[in-house]
Design a protein around this ligand. Structure first.
Ligand code: GRF
Length: 218
């Protein structure tokens, strides 16, 4: 695939950006169907900004505290994305709720990674809640973003075992390894046109096996 046909992707982060790094590294492969064209953070101190800049990716902070309300912040975000010709947005540890208007403007063109097997454990503290619930399998999900939090159509999931003696940190460490595999695989499916939205669900091109990235096993 030539450079010209690559989908232009922006990654939105709030923190350290380890998922962002996994996407940047995957996109370095010549045959990856997306290029990471921009990284934006809502916090100037986000570690992901320096990591993106070190990888040669344009990286900017749009400090949400400088905006009077959610709508004006989201408008600034939208303007940056459009100015950069972004076609697909990947949320990667972006810890700020986006307005319905923004989400609808990017409907079908925005992905998120969530550290649980959705629809279980939407929201925060997913690892502690998985332990509290006593589930034997936990994991992560890449999904399209819809206005309702962590509720959009699922592209791909990876599962890990919950082991005796796990605490939230040990479980998170096992999940994040899978996040770093899953998000690039899911982005490749979407950007390459092998996964697409149809009637509110994700459908796969005929011949795309789950092992191609939609499901990663233990
Ligand atoms: C990840 O666990 C992601 O699933 C969640 O926030 C965390 C971000 O980690 N949404 P990082 O910034 O990608 O390292």
């Amino acid at each position: 695939m030539s450079i010209a046909t690559k989908t232009r992707v922006a990654i939105l982060v709030s923190g350290r950006g380890s998922n962002m790094v996994s996407l940047i590294e995957a996109a370095g492969a010549p045959d990856f169907p997306a290029e990471i064209a921009l990284v934006l953070a809502n916090r100037p101190e986000a570690g992901g900004l320096a990591r993106a800049a070190a990888a040669g990716i344009p990286a900017r902070a749009i400090d949400h505290t400088a905006y009077p309300d959610r709508a004006t912040f989201d408008a600034a975000l939208d303007a940056e994305l459009r100015a950069a010709g972004i076609e697909l947005v990947c949320l990667a540890g972006f810890m700020r709720i986006l307005s319905t208007g923004f989400v609808e403007a990017w409907a079908g063109r925005m992905l998120n990674i969530h550290p649980s097997l959705l629809p279980l454990f939407k929201g925060t503290h997913t690892h502690a809640r998985a332990l509290e619930a006593g589930v034997r399998l936990h994991g992560c999900t890449v999904h399209y973003v819809v206005p309702e939090l962590d509720a959009g159509p699922i592209v791909a999931q990876a599962a890990v075992p919950v082991l005796a003696g796990d605490d939230p940190d040990s479980l998170a460490a096992r999940v994040i390894v899978q996040e770093h595999r899953l998000y690039p695989a899911a982005l490749a499916l979407v950007a390459g046109g092998r996964a697409r939205l149809e009637g509110g669900r994700v459908v796969f091109e005929a011949g795309t096996a789950p092992a191609d990235g939609a499901l990663l096993s233990l």
